[in-house]
Design a protein around this ligand. Structure first.
Ligand SMILES: *Cc1c(COP(=O)(O)O)cnc(C)c1O
Length: 381
């Protein structure tokens, strides 16, 4: 029995994270399988060496150069121009999201999400003493707008988080649905101290935004009309820099200024800032793999369906597929063959992330060996 005064609510909690196993084919945490090229590595090395000469000083607290580079990147990627002051960054979008909950959540306040979705959201809420409420997504994993409107009216959330493309389902939300949520969020946030109405903050988590199919828009397009919208992105996935820990969001200046209040001073190290800037200067090269990963993903969906599995449409770099009578057994059997995927999402389903063509070949071979095609009864389960 521990005598440490662990805060109520944390008893029995374990640290979040997928198993970190050293196996040949790792398709479990949605990373980009391609390591940075020599040229990218050289740029990062030079930038970090330069930053090292000033490491006796604290880094730039508001990192304007990096925010400007991220704004440029968003312009190129989505055709939406935001000012550097509308960009915020931290050590992974996980930390960005924590800033959002620190600024807008808290005791007596509610964060609303729609499941199945990313399981870290509940941890940001727990860690900021924010009440966490989830409602279900529709059967196709989009939103049922009646459910959304009812939940917003009932819970008056301070923050609504929607992943699009969603993890673990791969589903992107139509912009009309995002617009409907933004409209429903107006005036339905918690009452301010003086009794005034507030607009609930709507976070669209576009961690997988770059993988969306052609013609699928980004919620960045809605920023100019919605000061209560934040669109979150990361360099961890499409950009191939998960080890860097750099996430960011775009929002109104007003919203970003609220986040600046709660960040720790100097939260983004000079080394991180330098490495991120260097990586962004190679954005074309780093993004060139995205098209082939998308193609590989679409081929995988087709292949899984040909084998008789249900595979969900995906706008991300992973595919949710099943159903399996015993998904844990399939997961283990794949692992014994050196292929690591993820047990996550609705009962009976598994998530596999897109790797290199060789890795996907290994996955197909292993899955064929460990699990025969389902019967039609199983498929309709
Ligand atoms: C991977 C992921 C993130 C990103 O996290 P980082 O902290 O930027 O690495 C955010 N949201 C979702 C839904 C994710 O799957």
């Amino acid at each position: 029995m521990s005598t440490l005064p662990l805060r109520p609510g944390l008893e029995g909690e374990t640290p979040y994270g997928a198993p970190e196993l050293d196996v040949p084919v790792r398709l479990n945490v949605n990373e980009n399988p391609y390591a940075p090229s020599e040229a990218v590595v050289a740029s990062i090395r030079d930038a970090v060496a330069q930053a090292a000469t000033g490491l006796n000083r604290y880094p730039d607290r508001d990192f304007p150069a990096l925010r400007a580079a991220l704004a440029d990147y968003l312009d190129v990627e989505s055709g939406v121009r935001v000012a550097p002051e509308q960009v915020w960054a931290a050590n992974g979008s996980n930390e960005v999201m924590l800033h959002v909950l620190q600024a807008f959540g808290g005791p007596g306040r509610t964060c609303l999400t729609f499941t199945p979705t990313y399981s870290m959201y509940s941890e940001y809420a727990r860690d900021t003493l924010t009440e966490y409420v989830t409602e279900r997504r529709a059967v196709d994993f989009t939103l049922d707008l009646d459910v959304v409107r009812e939940a917003i009216a009932r819970t008056r959330p301070a923050v609504i988080i929607l992943a699009s493309p969603n993890n673990p389902t791969g589903t992107a939300l139509p912009l009309d649905d995002v617009r409907a949520v933004l409209d429903a969020a107006r005036g339905t946030g918690p009452l301010a101290a003086d009794g005034a109405r507030t607009d609930a903050v709507v976070v669209i988590d576009e961690a997988y935004g770059e993988f969306r199919r052609p013609g699928v828009p980004s919620a960045l397009e809605l920023l100019s009309d919605n000061p209560h919208l934040a669109v979150s992105r990361t360099m961890s996935k499409a950009f191939g820099m998960a080890g860097l820990r750099l996430g960011y969001l775009a929002a109104s200046r007003e919203l970003v200024d609220c986040l600046r209040v709660v960040r720790l001073p100097y939260h983004l190290s000079a080394v991180t800032q330098a490495a991120a800037l260097a990586a962004l200067s190679h954005r074309e090269e780093l993004m060139s793999q995205v098209a082939s990963l998308r193609g590989e993903r679409d081929d995988l969906v087709t292949w899984l369906r040909e084998q008789g599995w249900n595979a969900h449409e995906s706008d991300s770099n992973f595919v949710l597929f099943g159903p399996f009578e015993d998904r844990d057994a399939v997961f283990k059997a794949l692992l014994e063959r050196g292929v690591l995927i993820r047990v996550v999402g609705p009962d009976g389903y598994l998530r596999v992330c897109i790797g290199t063509p060789e890795e996907m070949g290994a996955f197909r071979t292993a899955l064929t060996a460990v699990a025969g095609a389902p019967s039609s009864e199983e498929r309709n389960a």
